[in-house]
Write a protein that binds this ligand. Structure first.
Ligand SMILES: [Mg+2]
Length: 301
């Protein structure tokens, strides 16, 4: 059983609720209060041995990453972060100083993004470090940007280079694109957006599925991070760039006019186009069309 099959089953079982105008299936949920106010909420759990290991992670970097991945999900909605709740399960054998350093890393990033640590829960056990962070944000006056708004003819854009984030610890130190998302949302009409956590090959397909459209990527236009070239594990350069994941750049679609202005301002790079639903492919530099890989990270049972 794959992670996405389980999510689909949970999503079916969770009935629609008017208090949740946007529920399971986007980067974050939107919850509406009786008074009409809206909160954008996301939660993510990181586990030692899966999402980071010591070393190369330090306790501070583990704490930082647990909050950063959540801020990245708020960025993917173009929501403004407000506060975080941190649930931690600390390994007894690593002691109290270790736990303090984990929280220091988390608090430093909270301060950097001017959000409140509003609460949480601390536990100890004989297992590895587990951190579950919930972030709360608010929509701007323009509302949130969802995954399901991509339109045929849109340009597909990405805010930075992709691939190789695990190799030199970039996945531990990345800056969530919160400010970039808010600046883009303020100036342009973002049709659909997601953060690149599993790899563009996989994350773009979430936008395509939600929006019921297809895509043609231009391989030559995809910005490849220099870290990708550090390995040669048998997969091609492009395959690694599209499927390594944990880049935490933003992937979004806009009208061709907005795309031109965004490129002129060097805010993002155009990597392809949204087309009718039956096409999902990449045009290689030699002109060959290949199927867009579904690749990318999935938890499995
Ligand atoms: Mg996400």
């Amino acid at each position: 059983v794959h992670e996405f099959d389980l999510i689909a089953r949970i999503r079916q079982a969770a009935s629609d609720d008017p208090r949740v105008p946007l529920g399971i299936g986007d980067d974050a949920a939107v919850i509406r209060s009786a008074a009409g106010g809206e909160v954008v909420a996301a939660v993510d759990t990181l586990m030692e041995g899966v999402d980071f290991t010591f070393p190369p992670a330090t306790p501070e970097l583990a704490g930082r990453k647990a909050l950063a991945v959540n801020l990245s999900d708020l960025a993917a909605m173009a929501a403004r972060p407000l506060a975080a709740l941190v649930a931690a399960v600390f390994p007894k054998r690593r002691g109290a100083e270790f736990a303090g350093r984990v929280m220091d890393g988390c608090l430093a990033l909270a301060k950097e993004f001017n959000i409140a640590l509003a609460g949480g829960d601390t536990n100890t056990w004989d297992g590895p470090l587990v951190l579950s962070v919930t972030v709360l944000g608010e929509p701007t006056a323009r509302g949130v940007v969802r995954r399901d708004g991509a339109q045929v003819g849109d340009a597909i854009m990405v805010t930075g280079p992709l691939g190789g984030s695990l190799l030199r610890g970039r996945h531990l130190r990345f800056t969530p694109r919160v400010h970039e998302a808010l600046a883009l949302h303020d100036r342009f009409d973002l049709h659909a957006m997601i953060d690149v956590s599993d790899g563009v090959g996989s994350d773009l397909q979430h936008i395509l599925d939600a929006s019921d459209v297809g895509a043609v990527l231009d391989a030559a236009a995809i910005p490849i991070h220099p870290d990708v070239q550090l390995t040669d594990d048998g997969r091609g350069l492009l395959d690694r760039t599209l499927s390594d994941g944990e880049d935490f750049e933003l992937l979004f679609t806009v009208s061709p006019d907005d795309a031109r202005r965004i490129e002129q301002a060097s805010l993002a790079v155009r990597i392809g186009e949204i087309v009718e639903a039956d096409t999902r492919e990449i045009v290689m530099p030699d002109g060959a069309h290949i199927a867009l890989p579904r690749g990318g990270w999935q938890h499995r049972f």
